[in-house]
Write a protein that binds this ligand. Sequence first.
Ligand code: CA
Ligand code: CA
Length: 399
Amino acid sequence: MKKSALITVFLTTLLVASFSVKGQTVQRMDPPNWWIDHPLDTVEILLQGEGLLKWAAQVEKPVGKVLQTTHYGDRYSLVKLWIRSGFNDDGFNITLGSKDFFFPLLERSGHQPQGLSDQDLVYLITPDRFHNGDPSNDDVPGMRERGVDRSEPYARHGGDLQGIQMGLDYIESLGATALWLNPVLENDMMRDSYHGYAITDHYRVDPRYGGDDALRELATELHQREMKHIMDIVYNHWGVEHYLHRNLPDSGMVHFNPDGSIPYSNFRFSALADPHALAQDKQAFEHGWFAGAMPDLDQTHPLTASYLRYSTLWYIEMFEVDALRCDTYAFSDPLFLRKMNQLLKRLYPNIFIFGETWSYSEASQAYFAPNKMYEGHFSHNDAVTDFTLWRAIHKMYSA
Ligand SMILES: [Ca+2]
Ligand SMILES: [Ca+2]
């Protein structure tokens, strides 16, 4: 799709965002768009607004059919929709009561995920720390953390996607065939989020990296060079300043103790692989938060699972992803991972999925290896990170 057309679609989305008639408003639709002839013919759209709760959503017959409308809290409605094969307009109206809200459909780019193989050399970049290609985005008004300070290790240092694009000749000259960026989605946190793993909006590339357009341009440039784009996906947690966390549709979306306090992880990988481990230890590992800044998500909650599923699919289409690196893989719900991996493989047969298993125990790492009977189910992943080998190499060269 041409850039001008994309801009039109996003302007349309902004118009929807400000739409307000007789008390019914929609401030957000997530995902903000879907695609014509997407391989998944159902989409679940989370509406955030006012005056929606007493209505069941509807669409006109040529579009398809609303399968379910579920309301959460006082501001959210999840609309599950089947889109009829061959429907190729640039969008359609979702009707609630007497009001219509326009939902855009884009043309697909035609890119098919290419996956990874043992012939690839992956180059990993922390985008804030590689190269500051555009100083004008170093300080973005409205963000909680302002400006850059390269003398502070945990502050922002100003690196961005334009800087990475400027370095592609260098990266390619090293023999790299794939680029893995730490997460570039918005991390609008007070501090210490330069790493990108405290996402606060799953539908917005952080403006300090250049925003959505910069990531699309980088993905296009990578593919022109026949290099691959690896997404760093975080299913396990989000940032405490995430717009949904700040006004949770349902408290069950996040793991809390019964008294509402924060459960912290025990970080005991062995609790999963050991058949004699206490169930409490396993739950403490999987359900515990890493830190107060990163709430642990309950991926068995239907709205949490829906949000993670559709934001991932949106990102893959929007930014032409070839492979996924799944952060904190071992800390996630195994059934959620299995279903997610299975869906991705069905939609994109060549996509490659590898999980971060940061354990120095071969037994713990092997537990998550591809298609072992993890928790009684095939895992449908392709690889895990090998931290035991990494540590052995590190020891050898640092002795
Ligand atoms: Ca910058
Ligand atoms: Ca977890």
